[in-house]
Design a protein around this ligand. Sequence first.
Ligand SMILES: [Zn+2]
Length: 294
Amino acid sequence: MTLREQTSPAPTPTAIFSPVSPAPPTVSALPLPPGRSSSAAGGSKTIIPSSAEDPGNAKKGKHHHDDIEEDSSFPQPKLRLEIRDLNHPGAAKFLGSVNAGNVVSDAVANVQRLLYGSPKDRHTTVPPTRSVTLVLRDMDGVAYTTGTDLDDDHKEIHLSLRYINDISTPRLTSEVTGVLTHELVHCYQWNAKGTCPGGLIEGIADWVRLNCDLSPPHWKRETSGKWDGGYQHTAYFLEYLEGRFGEGTVRKVNEKLRLHKYEPKPFWTELLGRPVEQLWGDYVENVTGEALKC
Ligand SMILES: [Zn+2]
């Protein structure tokens, strides 16, 4: 999780003379070994590795915390694309609408920036996601994200070819990018050791999508229901909190979800000084007031 490593050898006792200098220790700033190939079972037709591996921060033998260049990029996951049915019309639509390598690596960068600020941010901790495999296949629904059999640091995003095929052409690029950005959040967000309400998990994912200007036209601020209705319903609420309590509020929410199991009262009171129901009430009032002004 933290990227600290042994960066210097144990001091050599001066009394011992070593006639042959041992090779200097090799230290890599890359916290993770290269992703092992998770050759997924069953009929993959295409695997296109991305060029995102090893972002150039693997300088040898040097790792100072004040080395700006070295600390200026987040660890990058190995990215893979697997198209399980290249004959599906959705596959051609996908490949024609986005640059597959760029769309995923850009989404990773956006998620890292919005949820973790910068690699030097001491108040956030990026999860050790080692690889993300985008699997395009014929299935119901839109998309989902899961850990792989190998371990939970290797993620798979399954995106429906049927869904892609049904997107109208003018919306194709934005919708595919938006859905992938949402799913990439699931590869990188904390979940309070599995106890975070699903609505907050989905709300954070759509908050990132919203902040990447990838919100679909039907999204709007809603005041019905509860704060954790999920998706854009909760995303706009988080956006309100970000505006009210300052930039980085959602980052703090995410970081708190790393540290503790979720208990509604202390979670929100410690973070923002009030219970979430009260904040939701303020939000509803705010949205209603804005609507009246129009
Ligand atoms: Zn989701």
